[in-house]
Design a binder for this molecule. Structure first.
Ligand code: PEP
Ligand code: MG
Length: 756
């Protein structure tokens, strides 16, 4: 193989010499920026280092005003440099001043430079600073130049990490991470967690960067890749892979990546440029990360996580660290901090030790968030800088209620949060004492309290919450946390597990509700839709792709053989959809009975009321099904024309108000007329005050997140239904807007000493 003799290899050689010589740190840094600028034919080269207070400080520059060194500063997230540090991504701009994040630092004199290339200085996943080159002319830096600068950044990372730059910082402005820091993010799941940082991407420190002998490194890489492939094959052939379906598909994807020729080629190239095999893996990994993180395609974004995991495994093989050390050394109160992570990876952590999750990235609908919610741990997302500012075993508080993360908190803050946690624990204990009591109101009305679920990790909550059954099993979650369609055996296995965990309590399985905000990364059938919430989703998709529904129905029928099967159809708009789904179910029943399978003893088919069109065909609907369940999340969204995931609108309209409650009352009445059971399984069921309104309207069965059952039950035990029904009934009969029903119920609860 040809050795490169110019470009990056020469720069690496020069840098190596500079590192080895005995210069004072500032002098060394100045020489480094000069060398980089010369090698890259740039007028400017600057190094910004990230201080523990989240400020990026200019540490050295060639080309900018020398007086700005140690004076020019930017906050993490501000300006181009702050954006690079916060996102750990490259910015390559031919006209930097027109970039929306651009902020001019006048003291630097940078206004004359147009093109800008900045790369994060990363060490084991943490941003330590930013390295920038600039040119006066508008030019686009080539991929090779980006690579060269990234490689250089790796070497600088080493300098920063070894404390070489520490001596350059002013007192009180340290680079080391001993100080408290608070980060504002978004609340992805409520709750408070106190504990110790566990960095998800274990800091695999690659300290040996330069190779002596490229051929030897290629051989090391080759043999590590061989072991990696073998270990994946080995995992796949083992029968005992935990969470069979969910993990297996991920591993299949890993196998594909491990054989990816493009990856291997890039690794070899980095070795040819002078890096060791492990440094090459780190370099290619960070290139990949920065190129792919900008993509909006959910499939590709999820794939980055798989790829990172794989690259970490390879690095471990090269530097000789056992792959499963993380799990063994996990502290008791672990708070996992990750830039981003796959759903299956979160399932690797033992639930009993997890107290919270902090993500730099992520969205409310990311798979990992869904799983974390199912596991019931507090989650803060979009917490910029959390990976860079934290170190393993640092004390940390995750405030999922407020979307805040406090790193290395001061004692008074710790005390305040510890008090909050104690208070919650006490309430929890109180709910536990009611756990096995039936939910019967003061005036003797029994209310069925069901739980919502969707993954195997939810099942222990069945017993923990005292639920009367599962009112909504969101089958799509199994599909959302894996890398490819779960096979029919995996589906059947999960359904069996669910039914076993439920003992003989009722379970309502909802057929696949994908589309809208529930995208499957590997299913691109829908393409880009202008209005996905109103698009090709749920039952619409299922009827157009009957193969999917058929496989699922067959898995459900087999799993429920010998018992009752309750199936519910999502997003019904037109009654013909129910008829068509029933035909598919009947066909599957006939098929299985022909092959003498044990069939369910009873099959009940229900429809979700989520689309307002059903309100004008309620009587026909009630005749067409065995039960209905109001999906109040979607029904409210469509009734009020208000995107359910838009936080700006989340408190604008109130479901506990005349229009929506009147609509729900109509549904309850239609159910009574037809003697068709009516339940409700949206978020509305899980808040004591709205649950009170539902019971007042006549709902006698509601389904909610398991954690909500305790608070709702304790409200019900103190409630007089007759009284509250009269109160709400009269309020609804008055002109809309005349009575604030939420206030009315809150005042009533206060007067009657009911905790809501
Ligand atoms: C609903 O729409 O209220 C519902 C329960 O379904 P999902 O939240 O899964 O859309
Ligand atoms: Mg819905």
């Amino acid at each position: 193989m040809r050795e490169h003799t110019s470009g990056p290899r020469v720069l690496l050689k020069r840098l190596r010499e500079l590192m080895a010589a005995s210069y004072e740190p500032q002098d060394r840094l100045d020489r480094i920026v000069r060398q980089i600028a010369r090698n890259m034919v740039a007028e400017v080269c600057s190094i910004y280092a990230l201080r523990a207070d989240g400020i990026l400080e200019l540490f050295a520059t060639e080309g900018l005003n020398p007086g700005a060194v140690h004076n020019a500063q930017l906050r993490l997230g501000d300006g181009l440099v702050g954006t690079i540090a916060a996102s750990a991504q490259v910015l390559n701009l031919s006209d930097a001043q027109h970039h929306p994040a651009f902020t001019l630092l006048p003291e630097t004199g940078e206004e004359i430079y147009h093109s800008f290339l900045g790369v994060p200085i990363l060490r084991a996943g943490r941003t330590l600073g930013v390295l920038v080159v600039q040119n006066e002319t508008q030019r686009h830096y080539s991929d090779d130049e980006v690579e060269a600068l990234e490689t250089t950044a790796m070497i600088l990372a080493e300098m920063i990490a070894t404390g070489d730059l520490q001596r350059l910082s002013k007192p009180g402005m340290e680079l080391d991470l001993g100080k408290s820091a608070s980060i504002s993010g978004l609340s992805f799941n409520e709750g408070i967690g106190l504990g110790y940082v566990v960095l998800h991407e274990p800091r695999l420190l690659v300290t040996n960067l330069f190779n002596e002998d490229a051929e030897k490194e290629r051989q090391r890489l080759d043999s590590a890749l061989g072991s990696l492939r073998l270990s994946i094959d080995d995992m796949l052939s083992r029968g005992d892979v935990a969470f069979e379906g969910e993990h297996r598909d991920v591993l299949e994807t890993y196998r594909m990546f491990a054989h990816d020729r493009g990856w291997v080629r890039r690794l070899e190239e980095a070795i040819n440029n002078g890096l060791t095999a492990e440094a090459a893996v780190e370099k290619v990994q960070s290139d990949m990360r920065s190129r792919m993180m900008n993509m909006t395609d959910p499939y590709l974004r999820e794939r980055i996580n798989d790829f990172e995991d794989l690259a970490n495994r390879l690095t471990r093989l090269l530097i000789g660290r056992a792959p499963d050390q993380i799990a063994k050394t996990l502290p008791e109160n672990a708070i996992v901090v990750a830039r981003h992570m796959g759903a299956a990876e979160l399932l690797d952590y033992p639930r009993e030790k997890l107290r919270g999750l902090v993500l730099e990235d992520g969205a409310l609908t990311s798979h990992v968030t869904i799983v974390a919610r199912a596991m019931g741990i507090p989650v803060v997302g979009q917490a910029r800088g959390s990976v860079s500012l934290s170190e393993n075993a640092d004390a940390i508080i995750v405030d999922g209620d407020e979307g805040q993360v406090h790193l290395r908190p001061q004692q008074d803050l710790r005390d305040a949060y510890a008090e909050k946690v104690r208070f919650r624990a006490k309430r929890q204990q109180f709910f536990q004492t009611n756990r096995n009591k039936p939910a019967v109101t003061k005036d003797g009305v029994g209310i069925e309290l069901l739980m919502n679920a969707g993954l195997a990790v939810d099942l222990p909550q069945m017993a923990g919450s005292g639920a009367d059954g599962i009112g909504l099993f969101r089958t799509e979650l199994q599909f959302m946390v894996v890398a490819a369609f779960p096979r029919s055996e995996a589906q059947e296995k999960l359904y069996r597990q669910v039914l076993e965990a439920a003992k003989n309590k009722p379970v309502t399985f909802r057929t696949l509700d994908i589309g809208g905000d529930k995208m499957l990364p590997y299913f691109r059938g829908a393409g880009q839709e202008e209005n996905p919430a109103l698009g090709w989703r749920a039952i619409r998709l299922a009827l157009d792709r009957p193969g999917l529904l058929r496989v699922q129905i067959r898995a459900l029928l087999k799993a429920a053989g010998g018992g009752e099967l309750r199936v519910m159809l999502p997003m019904i708009t037109d009654l013909s959809e129910i008829r068509k789904a029933r035909e598919i179910i009947d066909r599957e029943v006939r098929h299985l009975s022909r092959f003498a399978y044990k069939l369910p003893t009873r099959l009940k088919l229900g429809a979700m009321i989520e689309v307002p069109a059903l309100l004008w065909q309620l009587d026909e609907l009630m005749q067409a099904v065995d039960f209905v369940s109001v999906g109040s999340n979607d029904l409210f969204q469509f009734t009020m024309a208000t995107d359910r995931s838009n936080s700006q609108l989340s408190s604008r309209f109130d479901p506990v108000s005349a229009p929506f409650l009147r609509l729900l009352r109509q549904i309850v009445e239609a159910g009574k007329r037809a003697n068709t059971p009516v339940t409700l399984c949206g978020e509305l069921a899980g808040r004591p005050i709205s649950a009170m309104a539902l019971v007042a309207l006549g709902f006698r069965s509601i389904s909610m997140a398991p954690a909500a059952i305790g608070p709702v039950k304790s409200m019900l035990l103190d409630l007089n239904v007759e009284e509250v029904a009269k109160l709400v009934g009269e309020a609804l009969d008055k002109p809309a807007g005349q009575v604030n029903i939420r206030d009315l119920l809150t005042d009533y609860a206060k007067a009657a000493d009911i905790s809501v």
